[in-house]
Design a protein around this ligand. Structure first.
Ligand SMILES: [Zn+2]
Length: 90
């Protein structure tokens, strides 16, 4: 699955809160460190990034990312197959 970051969601405190929500939704203890969802990235996920999937409209999802990938705009990011994007309810 490929995703793209959505601009304007890089505020650190909110990103940390979104990561906590993603972990809760996936049954992962909030204090447990996980890796960035981007394929091949070995950095620790520090935020829950807002993304859209495969150009399928404007529906937003959260996936865990390192800070560097959270700021990667305008590029396709391949997400590891074991990651479940969490829908963001408007
Ligand atoms: Zn990364």
């Amino acid at each position: 699955m490929n995703v793209r970051n959505i601009r304007g969601t890089s505020n650190s405190n909110r990103g940390i809160a979104w990561l906590r929500l993603w972990k809760e939704a996936n049954g992962i203890t909030p204090s447990k460190s996980i890796h960035c969802s981007v394929s091949g990235c070995t950095a620790i996920a520090e935020v829950g990034a807002h993304v859209i999937k495969d150009y399928t409209g404007m529906r937003q999802f959260i996936v865990p990312m390192c800070r560097e990938h959270n700021l990667a705009y305008g590029v396709d990011l391949r997400i590891n197959s074991g990651i479940t994007p969490m829908p963001v309810n408007p």
